[in-house]
Design a protein around this ligand. Structure first.
Ligand code: AMP
Length: 618
């Protein structure tokens, strides 16, 4: 089947062939003839990225009465971004069809311009439910001429709580209008909506129900909770050409993980609902143009992001609603490309992974987190790949060759290769040389015993090519300066914090404060609360950032100070306290009685207010 013999308007076929559409995708092959036949309602179960927009857009545009500038089709979708995307796509299909007017209406921007455009007359409205209903309630749109209603990503619209809005909108559309509902999954809510508002809808399934895209590989890494972030970094290091979305459950997690990745030298940024629309647009533009390699996002915020060539989708946390996994993984492996959907889970989440397997009808490949050697090899091979693809400007370079050859005289070819590799990779090799496996089966070494360095230096990433550049035309961007090697850090680090019982802290409050300040769940162990200060243990790689983040925090009106307790840094007081804890079998016991003043308070040193007095004064 070709687009030519489907009965589409010839101008549309010309426009889409310029976009590179040669043959219809499966969803287009099934949906376009049905819509052109104009027979009845359709429920289409199809993933994102399967060509849905053209599947409904091309028949809608073919059947428009262009003389009549009144809305004839209404497309509803969950987010502003998707709304803009659909409008842009449909405008591109109509590029050779003059006089077609398609309007996007969505919230978060002033309504007046949209109302004025409606007044001038439009053929197709693409809207988000909230804004569409707002316009209908203001009686600023007449939907009497609407013949087709498209509910795109219906499951997402219902997930986002748009049920009532959708029902109100559908009630305002003529009964004679045909409805086409697209959904990646078929939860009960969608089925009952289809039953209530659609007339004997024909169901089309493209691929399996709830199934992920066929060309997506599903990888699963089972790790200790505390290794989740380190695993993410290893995966990012192992795939240096990664172009990925990392999904987190909450806005706080999203921001936290993005901040940590940025701090660790990755080309990452965040996308979530706490950002303003301008910030979100900026991040999405950066990501679309491939000036950003890793986007950390919530499900909702990433919804409208139309990017086809993602290499990876990473589930840093599994979604609360497992159906969302299909949406997430459907963001890779689009438009005929292949992709990898990764889940990072802890031991307790294995059951949820099984449920996802049943849901998507394909198996996860359970993988070991790449070790240092594997990461180094992958990075080296990627560099060689880039070296092979780089364009050599002979005219410019040849003039230097005699001098270069003279300088290299007497060196074997092997030696030259090794030295160039060392130049680029010494830091990485050194860093990964002593890094342990993040295996789930081997218990983590106790603090102090293991002296394995933990990640901080980041290998220079592969330069990102602008989207339109081909692999061979990649700009040989200057590699990032290699970061200085980090001092070796144990896997677990004992930390001191200057907050204790007197400040009203307890283990829960301490752990809550750390999570709150870091915007993510930081595993905190072995908490010992003393009268004036406390100790706790965290993963080695968390020690530096925590020290930086917490030094800006306040607790009970006091500035917080945190520092790692290691022998060099340890003050006499900390050492004494630690010895006392050890002597009491690990439990902080009562202190030696102190000299007390009359009022039961510590005796002040002459001329100087006591610490307790200073604290009260604060
Ligand atoms: P959609 O599911 O509509 O978001 O489409 C996903 C991507 O596939 C978009 O970038 C489209 O431009 C592209 N696409 C849609 N249909 C075709 C086709 N028949 N041939 C090639 N690419 C297509």
């Amino acid at each position: 089947m070709t687009f030519m013999n489907m009965g589409l308007e010839p101008e549309l076929v010309v426009a889409i062939s310029r976009l590179g559409f040669e043959t219809p995708t499966p969803v287009q092959a099934q949906v376009i003839p049905r819509l052109l036949d104009n027979k009845g309602d359709v429920v289409a179960l199809a993933q994102t990225g399967t060509g849905k927009t053209a599947a409904f857009g091309l028949p809608i545009l073919t059947m428009l009465d262009r003389e009549n500038r009144a809305p004839q089709a209404l497309v509803l979708c969950p987010t502003r971004e998707l709304c803009v995307q659909i409008t842009r796509d449909m405008e591109a299909y109509a590029a050779c069809s003059p006089g077609v007017s398609i309007l996007a209406v969505y919230g978060g921007t002033p309504i007046e311009a949209q109302l004025r455009a409606l007044k001038r007359g439009v053929h197709v409205i693409v809207g988000t439910p909230g804004r569409m209903l707002d316009i209908m309630r203001r009686r600023r749109v007449n939907l009497d001429g609407v013949e087709r209603v498209i509910l795109d990503e219906a499951d997402e619209m219902l997930n986002m709580g748009f049920q009532e809005d959708l029902e109100a909108i559908l009630a305002g559309v003529p009964d004679s209008a045909h409805t086409l509902l697209f959904s990646a999954t078929m939860p009960r809510q969608v089925a009952s909506m289809a039953k209530k508002y659609m007339h004997e809808a024909e169901e089309i399934t493209v691929g399996q129900r709830n199934a992920g895209a066929a060309n997506v590989r599903h990888d699963c890494y089972v790790v200790h909770q505390r290794d989740r972030y380190r695993t993410l970094k290893r995966i990012a290091d192992y795939y240096p050409d990664m172009y990925a979305i990392v999904f987190c459950r909450t806005r706080q997690d999203t921001q936290g993980i993005a901040d940590w990745l940025i701090r660790d030298g990755y080309n990452a940024d965040s996308l979530h609902g706490d950002l303003t629309q301008v910030q979100r647009d900026r991040v999405m533009d950066k990501f679309r143009s491939r000036n950003l390699q890793i986007l950390v996002a919530t499900d909702v915020a990433a919804r409208g992001l139309d990017v086809n060539d993602l290499t990876h989708v990473i589930n840093f946390n599994l979604p609360d609603d497992l159906n969302s996994y299909t949406h997430r993984s459907g963001r890779t492996g689009r438009a005929g490309k292949s992709g990898i959907s990764v889940v990072i889970v802890n031991m307790r989440e294995k059951g949820r992974v099984q449920r996802i397997q049943r849901m998507i009808g394909s198996k996860f490949e359970f993988r070991k987190v790449p070790n240092g050697r594997q990461v180094c090899e992958a990075q080296l091979l990627s560099m060689i790949e880039r070296m092979r693809g780089v364009e050599v400007d002979h005219e410019q370079i040849d003039v230097f060759l005699p001098a270069i050859n003279r300088a290299l005289e007497g060196m074997e070819q092997d030696e030259i290769v090794k030295r160039f590799v060392a130049l680029e990779f010494n830091t990485l090799l050194k860093y990964y040389r002593d890094t342990g496996d993040l295996a789930t089966s081997t218990p983590a070494p106790r603090s102090g015993k293991a002296a394995k360095p933990s990640p901080t230096p980041r290998p220079a990433p592969a330069p990102m090519a602008p989207r339109e550049q081909t692999a061979t035309a990649k700009a040989p961007a200057a590699p990032e300066p290699a970061p200085a090697p980090a001092p070796p850090r144990p896997r677990e680090v004992r930390m001191f914090i200057n907050i204790g019982q007197l400040d009203g802290i307890n283990p829960k409050k301490l752990s809550d404060m750390i999570n709150r300040e870091c915007n993510r769940e930081v595993p905190v162990r072995k908490i010992d609360i003393m009268r004036r200060y406390s100790f706790f243990e965290i993963a080695g790689e968390d020690a530096d950032p925590l020290t930086i983040i917490l030094c800006k925090a306040r607790f009970a009106g006091r500035d917080v100070r945190v520092e790692p307790v290691n022998d060099e840094l340890k003050s006499k007081r900390i050492k004494r306290t630690e010895r006392r804890i050890k002597a009491k079998g690990g439990k902080p016991g009562p202190r030696k009685p102190r000299k007390l003043g009359k009022a039961g308070k510590r005796k002040p040193t002459k001329g100087k207010p006591s610490r307790a007095q200073r604290r009260e004064q604060r």
